[in-house]
Structure formats: structure tokens, C-alpha cells
Ligand binder design. Structure first.
Ligand code: ADP
Ligand code: MG
Length: 312
């Protein structure tokens, strides 16, 4: 199978609505919604760094797109298209079929067409770019949090990190419990509907990819504010809730790969109900820095920091 057969077989489909020219020409041609703003984001996934070589290719196809869609969700964008740049050691048909199936399933469920990309031989590496739209002035940014705002998070935190610790041999889980946290790690759900529903409601937002402490820290820095987080309020699964306190803290605060949205909103704001649980986890304050407190309001000395590719 040559490069162009591969593209035709796995990644080319008839152009979708809003796409004048899709895969097959030198550029894709998109039809913008009049007046809308473009929102663009890229995320690269490198074997051994972002995923294990043994991962099911369909799950990898899902995750590669999910982590990119999560950035659109964080900004409240409506997905419009994505590109896929793929380096593959060889054209393994079974692997490609699985990967494409996972990718297309999430693309179809999210209403986002594949509009182009690049395919090359090389160490397994996936780089996607997503394009979305939002009305002028309505993109959710990191910089809008105000003193007195409440801090909210969607879904549950820490399960993906717990699964990683099982793979690393630091935590033992079996059966249903392991499958549940493994799904959190391998099949994250981008919170697109929530992000769009938070336009005009949230003052600031981002998605958690590298761990709550670090990612929330970026939001605080961008907004020029500080915050206090309540450790006991952080939403966690029944599987994580029975782990030792130190493991729970690490997974919740510095886990990474959560792909949940953290956002701020004034007290009393009418939050949207899109079927995703929302939990209030803290408050924005004027004093700079991020404090974590326990159920009695005492400072928790966690000693944790977020994932950093060049410091880990
Ligand atoms: P060019 O050499 O002009 O950059 P390519 O030969 O690399 O174009 O690709 C041919 C067409 O296939 C282009 O439309 C490109 O966007 C698309 N394409 C290449 N690889 C992929 C891929 N992995 N997924 C989707 N589209 C792809
Ligand atoms: Mg060309």
C-alpha cells in the first residue's frame, strides 16, 4: 500500500458541509460563518511519551482527536475541521483500520470533518490541528477570572493518572476497577457541549491536560489573581476514593490527562446543564498563588507540581 492509497483508503471521505474542498488538493477550502472568529489549536502525540506502544489503535485514534477537541471545548468553540499529520513506521493495514475507526467515530460524534493532513514514514507520531469558530468576543479565555469568582470543574479528576500508576506498577487494580480508570486514560471525552454552553457564562476556562495545579496556575497567572482550592471537594471516582490519601492527592492535583474543563464564574451564575456533573472546587482571590486547603480549612502541604516535558 503506497502513501496515496493509504490516504484514500483510511482518511479520505466526500467533503462535508462547510468544506468546499477537503482531502485531496494542496489546501482545504473552508466556508467561514460570517463574522465568526477562528479558533485554532494543535496537539502532538509521541509514542512512549503520550501513549504506550501497546495501546489499542482505535483508542489511540479516539484520544488523538479527543485531546485536540478538548482545547476547542475549553475555548467554547464549535468544531469546524481538523488536519492529521501522521508519521508511521510502516503501513500496517490492521493498525491503520483500527486507528481510523476510533478517529472517525469521535469525529462523526463531534461533527468535525477531517480536511487534510500529511503522511510520512518515521517513528510513530501524530499531530492534529483543530479549527473551530465562536462569535466575536465570546471565546472563553484563561484571562477573565475575577476576584470573588467561584472555580468549577467538570466530571471527575485523577482516574487517568491512577491508570498510569497501574501501568507503572505503583498501584494494583484489577477487573472492573482497572477497566474504568483505563477508559478514563485511553478514551477521554472532550467537553464540547459544555464549553459552548459556557459562552457568556464563564469568566475564564481551560482544559486540564497536565494536572489541575499547574493548569489552574496558568489561568490564575493569565488573569492576575490567586485562588484557594478545597481538596475534599475535588470530584473523584469510587475507585480513586479508596486509594491511600497520598495517591489520591497526586492523582487529583497533579494527575494530568483528565481533559475536564476548569472554569470560573461569579457566585450565583446560572450554569448550563448538559448532562456533565459540575463541582465547585474553590474561589478566586486577590492574593497571588494557589492554596490548597483540607476540609477544616487548613493549608495542605502537597509538594506537588504539574507535568512539564522538560522537567520530568
Ligand atoms: P502535498 O504534497 O501537496 O502537501 P500530500 O501529497 O502530502 O499533499 O497530500 C495529498 C492530500 O492528502 C492533501 O489534500 C493532504 O491534505 C491529504 N492528506 C495527506 N495525509 C493525510 C492524512 N493523514 N489525513 C488526512 N489527509 C491527508
Ligand atoms: Mg502540494
Amino acid at each position: 500500500m503506497g502513501e496515496f492509497d493509504l490516504i484514500r483508503r483510511f482518511f479520505q471521505r466526500p467533503a462535508a458541509a462547510g468544506v468546499e474542498v477537503g482531502v485531496g488538493d494542496d489546501c482545504a477550502v473552508l466556508v467561514p460563518t460570517p463574522g465568526a472568529r477562528w479558533l485554532v489549536s494543535s496537539d502532538m502525540l509521541v509514542e512512549g511519551r503520550h501513549f504506550l506502544s501497546t495501546v489499542d489503535p482505535a483508542r489511540l485514534g479516539h484520544k488523538a482527536l479527543a485531546v485536540n477537541l478538548s482545547d476547542l471545548a475549553a475555548c467554547g468553540a464549535t468544531p469546524r475541521g481538523f488536519t492529521l499529520a501522521l508519521a508511521l513506521p510502516r503501513a500496517d493495514e490492521a493498525w491503520l483500520a483500527g486507528f481510523a475507526q476510533g478517529l472517525w467515530a469521535l469525529a462523526d460524534a463531534s461533527g468535525i470533518p477531517l480536511i487534510g493532513g500529511d503522511t510520512t514514514q518515521g517513528p510513530l507520531n501524530l499531530c492534529l490541528t483543530v479549527f473551530g469558530e465562536a462569535p466575536p468576543g465570546q471565546a472563553l479565555l484563561r484571562s477573565g477570572a475575577r476576584v470573588g469568582d467561584e472555580i468549577w470543574v467538570s466530571g471527575r479528576l485523577g482516574d487517568a493518572r491512577l491508570a498510569l500508576e497501574v501501568f507503572r506498577g505503583r498501584v494494583v487494580l484489577a477487573g472492573e476497577a482497572f477497566e474504568q480508570v483505563r477508559v478514563a486514560m485511553e478514551l477521554p471525552t472532550p467537553r464540547l457541549a459544555l464549553g459552548q454552553a459556557l459562552r457568556g457564562v464563564a469568566t475564564a476556562a481551560l482544559d486540564i491536560s497536565d494536572g489541575l495545579l499547574g493548569d489552574l496556575g496558568h489561568l490564575l497567572a493569565a488573569s492576575g489573581v490567586g485562588a484557594t482550592l478545597e481538596l475534599a471537594a475535588l470530584p473523584r471516582s469510587a475507585v480513586l476514593a479508596v486509594q491511600p490519601p497520598a495517591v489520591q492527592q497526586e492523582c487529583l492535583l497533579a494527575g494530568g490527562d483528565d481533559y475536564e474543563l476548569v472554569f470560573t464564574a461569579p457566585p450565583g451564575a446560572r450554569l448550563p446543564d448538559v448532562g456533565v456533573p459540575l463541582t465547585r472546587i474553590g474561589r478566586i482571590e486577590a492574593a497571588p498563588g494557589l492554596r490548597v486547603v483540607d476540609a477544616r480549612g487548613e493549608r495542605v502541604d502537597h509538594g506537588l507540581r504539574s507535568f512539564d516535558h522538560f522537567q520530568s
